[in-house]
Design a protein around this ligand. Structure first.
Ligand code: AP5
Ligand code: MG
Length: 215
């Protein structure tokens, strides 16, 4: 089963991806995590991506698609993948469909986490992620047991460089003007499921499981 989590910045893609990956033994594939890893390691792709990432712009398709296709190569033994943050436009969606078809696979469901802009802003300004693996917390809605430390791997928590006022607004503008169009793309394929992302983390997860026929 291959899934896509679609949603604005702060809608809970990373949070739900971790829960679903565990539940269905899926391989998580988060484009933002791939970029942060590449930037931290200083790889050529990471260096090219950094200025776009830091501005809150989309990284050029060529670069992003290359990183995702590389990742898909290693997934032949997995039960399936869960994509978080990819695709974000029609070019990326077409490439993904074509590559999966070559592998004899397809996307089963696209889960759109619907959250209004005001709540997205609130969530992003309270978000902290862990240095080691990007586990996600929120000072208000999902705090770690020990402040500043990841519950899962004990690494330091930090605020992302793109989680600041103007950059958040810019990223949200890109989502609502460009990426949101993908809901039509996947609705036409009969794969789109829309979930109310304003509920608690557990309730959002339950709603997704109901839609997947697994609750
Ligand atoms: P990326 O890392 O993917 O960031 P994003 O799209 O901005 O999405 P976020 O990670 O901000 O939000 P999320 O939906 O994962 O929310 P989360 O679960 O953390 O991308 C970063 C950058 O990389 C982009 O700006 C771009 O430059 C580049 N990039 C990435 N993909 C690309 C692509 N395909 N093409 C080109 N460029 C690309 O939750 C948010 C907060 O809310 C957390 O604090 C969490 O604890 C809390 N929370 C979550 N769910 C709930 C809930 N139900 N109730 C209460 N609190 C909740
Ligand atoms: Mg995320």
């Amino acid at each position: 089963m291959n899934l896509i989590l679609l949603g604005a910045q702060g809608s809970g893609k990373g949070t739900q991806s971790a829960l679903l990956a565990q539940r269905f033994d899926l391989e998580p594939c988060a484009s933002g995590d791939l970029l942060r890893e590449a930037m931290a390691q200083g790889t050529p792709a990471g260096q090219q991506a950094r200025p776009y990432y830091e501005r809150g712009d989309l990284v050029p398709d060529e670069l992003m698609v290359g990183m995702i296709l590389e990742r898909l190569k290693n997934l032949t033994d997995a039960h399936g993948i869960i994509l978080d943050g990819f695709p974000r436009n029609h070019v990326q969606a077409d490439v993904l469909d074509a590559r999966l078809a070559e592998m004899g696979q397809a996307i089963a469901r696209v889960i759109y986490l619907e959250v209004p802009r005001a709540l997205l802003l609130e969530r992003l300004s309270g978000r902290y992620i862990c240095r080691a693996q990007g586990h996600v917390y929120n000072i208000k809605t999902n705090p770690p047991k020990t402040p500043g430390i990841c519950d899962i791997d004990g690494s330091e928590l930090y605020q992302r460089s793109d989680d600041t006022g103007e950059k958040i607004q810019h990223r949200l503008d890109i989502f609502f003007s460009e990426t949101l169009q993908l809901t039509d793309y996947y609705a036409r394929q009969g794969k789109l499921v829309t979930v109310d992302g304003t509920q608690s983390i557990a309730d959002v997860n339950y709603a997704i499981l109901v839609n997947l026929g697994a609750a």
